[in-house]
Each structure stands twice: as structure tokens, then as C-alpha cells.
Design a protein around this ligand. Sequence first.
Ligand code: HEM
Length: 454
Amino acid sequence: MPFDTLLTNRKVIIMLEYRDLPHEHSWPLLGDLPGFSRDPLGFLTRLHAEHGPVARLQVGPIKGVSINDPELIHQILTKQHDSVRKSIDTRWLSSVLGDGLVTSEGEFWKRHRKVLQPAFHNTKIRIYAEIMDQLTKQLLDQWRPGVEIDIHEQMSQLTLRVVAEALFGVDVSKYYEEIATPLDIVMGRFEELLTSMVPIPPMVPTPANRRAAKAVKRLDRALEEIIRDRRQLPEGDDLLSELLRAEPDVRFNDQELRDELLTLLVAGHETTALALTWALMLVAQHPEVATRLVAESRQHGDVVRTTKELPYHEHVINEAMRLYPPVWGIGRELIRDADIGGYHFTRGTQIFFCQWVTHRDAKYFERPATFDPDRWEEPKHPRHAFFPFGAGPRVCVGLNFAMLEAVVILRRVTEAFDLELAKDQAIDLMPAVTLRPRHGLRVTPRKRVQEQAA
Ligand code: HEM
């Protein structure tokens, strides 16, 4: 085999190439697409179990590699972050999000991150705690004991209101349908794109793409109304007010403002709603965990302002995100040749990291399929074996916001209600950009009985 060899300090390092990567039996032209499109999570889990943490993932003509090793995740996302950009599928997202923080690159991204980052500083997040708590209580007041609800839909409404009120200073409850419905269409389209045998990029005007484009127009209209509402209200110290009154030389133009606001709305509510949906499902399945949550909550005063005040709640959220990562995979593309894990990869190679796979690897987590919040008391896993928020300079800007929000909402829901999962539902996972319950998640809230708390 024609190995490339390098001579370093008199040691010969054998550098393997793309064609040497371990791989599944794959199809001519289609590569791994048939297996991957049938069941992305199952396919990647098998690939990892049978071929190890660095394996070939060839999706049609796209040359990709699946990497699920904490050291290599750290190497690529942090140490060598300037050798990569977002992957081709992430770039498809820009047909919806434009050049917002999730999709932009280079100096443009750096400048925008610097402008937006202060809104997520810990001192600000403490102020948002009040909004998170209030809006949760308002929602819970509307729940009727014994009346079934879709907890995913409820959490999405709530987290959308929280992000809009905290960051934009506006009440968006009247726009919920105008945001949720088109967002569902767009997410469904991304799942199709990711798993279809012939992925037709969003810019080609097929009927499905035209439907998605229409949905984006609806999102745009909702956004215009949100900005109009904000302009009519007295100025506040929310992020949107600050952006609108910025000095002309640093002010975002209309397109930049649209892209960043939509990105924050979408990235900021869908993911946290999912973290909560899965956490509440797991708590419903483990009543002993609910009892401990209630006991911890009752030892505290009213509003909590940091997650450290409710450590068991934080463990439950972490453990839920380990098992059901709201963002189940992230991708990068090499912009220059690089040596990774003993292989030499050429520029243009797509790298795919899968939280679903790494978070469930028995090498890093004992009894990986078991929901065990106590494993977070003294975590034993390597740092990047758990990366629900990504890593390196492109790590989630809303990490602290999301963690506090999830803890506050989990606390209020569990304190007030015992959730009973509908027995006649199959929970079908939908791995689109995020990991959603395909048909929602139906639960019946029952008033929590005081004595239940330990
Ligand atoms: C549990 C909730 C959340 C999860 C699991 C999550 C996950 C992630 C992940 C994995 C990334 C990195 C993607 C990549 O490297 O390609 C990311 C980026 C991002 N997230 Fe989150 N996120 C959450 C909540 C939020 C919230 C609350 C906001 C804002 C209010 C937000 C805004 C963003 C933005 C703007 C980026 C792009 C950051 C950049 O590239 O500079 N996220 N998120």
C-alpha cells in the first residue's frame, strides 16, 4: 500500500490516507447514503462500534469522515479551528438563517460575535432569570390537571417567549404560530436534505424547496413585525434596543440585523425546548428523580440566578442532553490539508462529529444507556466526550443562558406537576438539524401532591 511516510526525530510516522479509512460496505456512487438515510443515528452508532472513532462516511459524492474521539474533537474544534469552516450541510442552513452567527465565517463572524457576546455575559443572564421564572409561571397557570398537552410544543412556545423577551424586549406570544409553523416546514426540509438519496440543495426550485422558501418568507414577516414592535416601545437595555441605537459606524444593516435576530430566535429556542422536552420525559419515567428535584427546589428561595444554586437540576439537564443531545451532530470542512488521528486528509474533506454517538460510548460513560443524573456529581469522562454545546471559538454563545433557562423551567414544572406520559404513543426520533420527537410528546399533567416530596 503506498503509505506516505514522515521522518520526525528519527521516528517513522506512517500516515494513512482517506482511502485507508475503515468503512462499511458501501455502494458505488451512493457511498454510505442508503444506510445513512434510512437511519442516521443507527448508522453512525454502528459505524463507530464496528470501525472505531475515525471512519469513512461517504455521502454520495461528498467525501466525509466520522470522528468520535474526545482528543480529536478538541484538536479540530479548538486547537486547529483555523483549519476548518462549517460543513456543507451547515452551510445549507444559510438559505434560512442568512449570514447569522451560526453560519457566518472569518472576520465577519468575529466582528458579529464581539457585538453579540456581551448580551450573554453572566451579569446579564442573572437579570434574565426573573423573565424565565415569570414566563414559566404564566404558562403553568394555563395547564389544567388531567388535560393532555404536547410538552414539546409547550416548551417551544415558552422558550421562544423567553428568548424574545430577554434579548429583544418584546412579547412574541401572538407570533408563535407565525414562527413555529414555518420553522416546522424548514426543519422537515433539512431532515429530507440530510437523508435523501439525491440531496437537492435548497437553491434549486423544486416544489419542496419552494415550500421551504415560502416558510422562510413567513419567518421574515414575523421578524419584521417584531422589530416594528420594538421600535414602538420605550428604549430598554435589551440586546435589540442596543443594536438599534448603535453608532452608525458599528450598526448592523437591515440584512445583518434580520440574519442575527432570526438566528438567535431559532438557535435560542428550539434547542433549549428540546433539552427540556427530553429531560421532562426522562423525569416522568423516573419518579425518584422527580422527588429529589422537588426536595432540592424547596430548599431554595424564590428565583434562582445561577445553575449552581440547584446542582441536582443541573445534573438532570446534563444527563438528559447526554442521552438526547438537542444538537445531535456538528460538521466542519477542512480548508487546508491536515493530519488527524493518523490519517492525512485533503482540503475539502467533510468532518462529522456526532454527540449522539460519543455521549453514548461505554469507553467514557459507564452503563451509557442508563439515565443516571448522579454520574455528574464527579464526572469521570474526558472533557470533550460531552459536548452538547460544541467546543472551541464556535462554542454556543447561549450556553449559560440555555443552562439557566433549562434549570429554571425544569424546577417550576416539576414543582407544580407530575407528568404522565401518554401510553399510546411511540416516541419516534427525528434527527433533523436538532433531535426532535417526530410526533411531539404527549403528557398529562397531574397536580403534584405536597407529601410526595421527600
Ligand atoms: C440546550 C440548548 C442549546 C444547545 C444544545 C445548543 C447547541 C449549540 C451548538 C452545538 C452550537 C455549535 C454548532 C457548531 O459548532 O457548529 C451552537 C452554536 C450557537 N448557539 Fe446554541 N445551543 C443551545 C442554546 C442556545 C441559545 C439559548 C442561544 C441564544 C439565545 C443559542 C445561540 C447559538 C448561536 C448564535 C450559535 C453560533 C455561535 C457561533 O458560531 O459563534 N444557542 N449551539
